[in-house]
Design a protein around this ligand. Sequence first.
Ligand code: AFP
Length: 312
Amino acid sequence: MYKEAGKTKFQIDLRRHLREQNISDNLIHLICEIAEASKYVINAVRTGDLGVAGTSNLYGEEQLALDVLSDRILRKRLIHSGVVCNIASEEMDEIYQAQGSAEGLYSVAYDPLDGSSLVDVNLAVGTIVSIYAGCDLLQEGRKQVAAMYLLYGPRVSLVYSVGNGVHEFTMNQLMEFTLSRENITMKPSGDIYSPGGLRNKYTPGNEKFVNYLEAKGSKLRYSGGFVPDINQILLKGKGIFFYPALKDAPKGKLRLLFELNTMAYLVENAGGAASNGTMSILDIKPESLDQREPIYIGCSEDVAKAVEFLKG
Ligand code: AFP
């Protein structure tokens, strides 16, 4: 604790905050290792090659050099953490086994650099991480023991939950993460909307939902980066992000394991909701690593309204 300009401040760092949660030492170590790895990812984002890698990922999408490098940074750190069993990444074709099943280990699913195609135009991007106890990565999102993302914007922030509130940390000048917001909570309804996908490919229910949002005066806020778009809604505590099923993409675009489960866990823990239009994202039992789902995520009443329009 120190005094600055007459104010008393508590500089709580990530490790200290984690120690106050009722979680294992291994999980504390793992979350801190991911936070450490993010410092190298930021360096790659800020100074790395903007070209393509000449390879493609699990979805057949062309990988950027930054995707491949960020993936290597995260994976290496996870392997050396000594507390990880299985690792799945949006950038890898299959599960990587760091070590065999043993008591107290965790498995991790992550997107090392979500929104990487936005780096060349200097928009915000992020890292998205889901952590499960044991070696099974195809568990319902509700079974996550921790969810976190890192946002690389004008500032670097880390948002995490271990099921006991949602907390934001901001990187300081010493590159340490210190607590900036504790127990983030969302309002029941909001006035921001972030709609993914081409509108001329929307189904009638989605079209009606957008008309409803515009009629109620919601402002359009969409950057094309899932992490900054969700961060805005979560931290302002209001609004809805959706990437619906499209006429030519019945499962939408976003990935259940690498994008949706993490954000659904964080938003639900902040009092919001996340649905694929028929059920909670966190109750979906994944069938494969590359599963996609439509998503409506944000204030609970706004998500409920979307579901109502889809049924209608
Ligand atoms: P990239 O990683 O290929 O840039 O995709 C980013 C993303 O998965 C997610 O961050 C955005 O919410 C979504 O795609 C944006 O998709 P559209 O470009 O179709 O709006």
